[in-house]
Design a binder for this molecule. Structure first.
Ligand code: G4P
Length: 284
């Protein structure tokens, strides 16, 4: 489980590094978590990357609701991004990125050609908040077949570029964007997907919120997963108690182990065992 806690100092540092690295590249490949595509973005990237080509990858699409993935793809396309659904862990969708890169960088490639610059590769950088799958993606995108290029004139010392093909080079270290939890709902969603330090969230509260959401948006999934029955009059606390009984989470004697059942529910959600679930839908 990734554990991140962000202080103003972290954010300033992350931002400064982004500002430096972004100068070196033509294309920003931004990863978002498909279960929380809004909350797992930091909109500051729009300002930082304003003169760059942009691609958004809806990662962990395997854990998210397939229909909602389509809605989000439409949303990002409407905003003018080139977007793609992927699963960085298995590599699903990753192959299609090369074509999208060509699309996204068409203007740059054209501009180079008009100026007589031929065969200058597109330089790209992967960015995203912690835990969205940046390292997993770089590994699956770059694979083993790639060659690392050394330092070259004009490139900041120490930066490593991975050459994917003669038209594309990728900065080997991803850019870390700082999450924005100013909005309470966003904070809650990030906690649900495990992008916040679990020590600062109350797992039982988190489980109750998740249960409320699931009952409203995905009725039947909890019943199926935990082999329980839930009636209308019952609240989230009753549901956790039912999970305790069904999964035999007891402290001593007959006392229910609410924390154990809560952490089970949260964990099952995060790893997709309750089902493919998306927490956010695009705003109108
Ligand atoms: P980061 O660099 O952005 O911080 O993220 P990282 O690649 O470390 O990935 C964070 C976690 O998300 C990892 O799980 C990784 O396996 C998982 N992950 C990345 N992409 C996908 C995806 O498309 N689908 C799914 N289901 N999972 C993905 P972990 O729990 O830290 O490790 P492990 O359990 O995979 O060993």
């Amino acid at each position: 489980m990734a554990e991140y806690q962000w202080y103003p100092g972290h954010m300033t540092k992350a931002k400064r590094m982004m500002q430096e690295d972004i100068k070196l590249i033509d294309l920003v490949i931004e990863l978002v978590d498909a279960r929380v595509p809004f909350g797992s973005r930091n909109p500051d990237i729009d300002e930082l990357g304003k003169n760059k080509s942009r691609i958004i990858l809806l990662n962990k699409s395997d854990l998210a609701d397939a229909k909602k993935n389509k809605l989000w793809m439409g949303y990002f396309a409407d905003k003018g991004f080139h977007a793609l659904e992927i699963n960085a862990k298995t590599g699903t969708g990753v192959k299609s990125i090369q074509g999208v890169v060509q699309e996204a960088c068409r203007d740059k490639i054209e501009r180079d050609r008009r100026r007589g610059i031929l065969n200058r590769p597109v330089r790209a950088m992967v960015v995203g908040i912690p835990n969205v799958g940046k390292s997993t993606f770089i590994n699956s995108f770059a694979g083993r077949a790639c060659a690392k290029t050394g330092n070259r004139p004009g490139v900041t010392k120490g930066k490593q570029w991975i050459r994917l093909n003669k038209g594309l080079e990728l900065l080997d270290t991803p850019g870390i964007l700082w999450p924005k939890f100013e909005d309470q709902t966003v904070g809650l969603h990030l906690a649900m997907i495990g992008s916040m330090n679990d020590e600062i969230v109350h797992l039982d509260e988190l489980a109750y919120e998740l249960i409320r959401f699931l009952r409203g948006e995905y009725p039947g999934l909890l019943e199926k997963r935990y082999d329980i029955e839930i009636s209308d009059g019952q609240d989230a606390y009753d549901v956790i108690r039912a999970v305790c009984v069904s999964r035999k989470c007891y402290l001593k004697g007959e006392e229910l182990d609410i924390m154990k059942a809560s952490s089970m529910v949260v964990d099952d959600f995060r790893s997709g065992r309750i089902g493919r679930i998306t927490l956010e839908i695009p705003e109108e």
